[in-house]
Design a protein around this ligand. Structure first.
Ligand code: ATR
Length: 275
């Protein structure tokens, strides 16, 4: 493009977090804007936790057309919202802010929708009445639990800090045997912990021996290549879903709300993996 850009007509959206330099959302959303020829730009804003409300209100005051919110601000932004969706109320966190055109903003959480869309795309299963084991009970786990309950799944949860499990589902003790036994009964096993990030070993706390063709293994950890746990699960015949799909579809759901346009998924997927 030889013409000067951005111009005074260029619209902007972005993501706030602390830190934020690792975020792949700018690649994904800017690829989408380019693919559709939209005169929009997507930026990453590092916002110190002491200034979240000021920053969010200031960005929208300056004409921002939409924000994503990531760690550690997903809870704090709720107080800035003039309205929140039922997903935010249930999950207790917002990852998407949409200006309402009247000076206010609606908070939404698209992580649950992103989780389900990626599952439906990569390894569709009937979750109604199905037993699901989730390892982890942090922020991402709350969105996954909301999504799974909406589909009628029976959720069992194992977490290093056991007292966080009960709010999400039936508690499974965080021992190797208990986790393997629960995985053997599960149609879907989800890793919502950070275990597997930055290692080439299968984390000892994730189940493996009990996985097989009857299992879908879903790892929320995002890496460009399959995580060691997913690779090992696939070698045992399990169907697998990686963290890229959830990242893509939560972003696509936000994009749809900001622009009113159907997101170009292939361009967004290519943007995520471009180096
Ligand atoms: P996110 O928003 O990505 O879910 P989070 O809320 O910090 O991040 O949650 C991280 C999850 O990974 C938690 O379930 C955490 O377990 P604790 O609740 O016991 O902290 C889990 N986790 C992180 N490191 C872990 C480790 N080394 N072993 C086991 N679980 C771990």
């Amino acid at each position: 493009m030889n013409e000067p850009w951005p111009t005074s007509a260029t619209r902007f959206a972005g993501v706030i977090g602390w830190p934020i330099s690792h975020s792949l959302s700018p690649r994904m959303h800017n690829a989408a804007f380019r693919a559709l020829g939209l005169d929009w730009a997507y930026l990453a804003f590092p916002i110190d936790p002491d200034h979240v409300s000021d920053a969010v209100r200031g960005l929208f005051r300056a004409g921002c057309s939409g924000l994503n919110v990531t760690i550690p601000h997903k809870h704090a932004v709720i107080e800035c919202c003039s309205a929140v969706t039922p997903a935010v109320e249930a999950i207790g966190a917002a990852n998407t802010l949409i200006p309402d055109g009247d000076g206010g903003m609606t908070g939404d959480n698209t992580d649950a929708e992103g989780f389900l869309r990626a599952l439906d795309e990569c390894a569709p299963i009937d979750l109604d009445g199905a037993e699901v084991l989730m390892i982890g009970a942090g922020g991402a786990a709350c969105a996954v639990a909301f999504a799974l309950k909406g589909r009628g799944a029976r959720l069992r949860v194992a977490n290093r800090t056991e007292e966080k499990c009960a709010a999400l589902g039936e508690v499974v003790p965080f021992t190797h045997q208990a986790i393997e036994d629960a995985a053997a009964r599960a149609a879907l096993v989800v890793n919502s912990t950070s275990l597997g990030m930055g290692t080439d070993e299968v984390p000892a706390d994730l189940p493996l021996e009990s996985l097989g063709p009857h299992t879908v293994a879903y790892d929320l950890v995002y890496r460009t290549e399959p995580t060691p746990w997913l690779a090992a699960a696939a070698a045992r015949g399990a169907r697998t879903v990686d963290g890229a799909g959830m990242l893509l579809h939560q972003g696509a759901a936000a994009f749809r709300q900001w622009t009113g346009v159907e997101p170009p998924l292939d361009a967004m997927r290519a943007g995520l993996t471009s180096r």
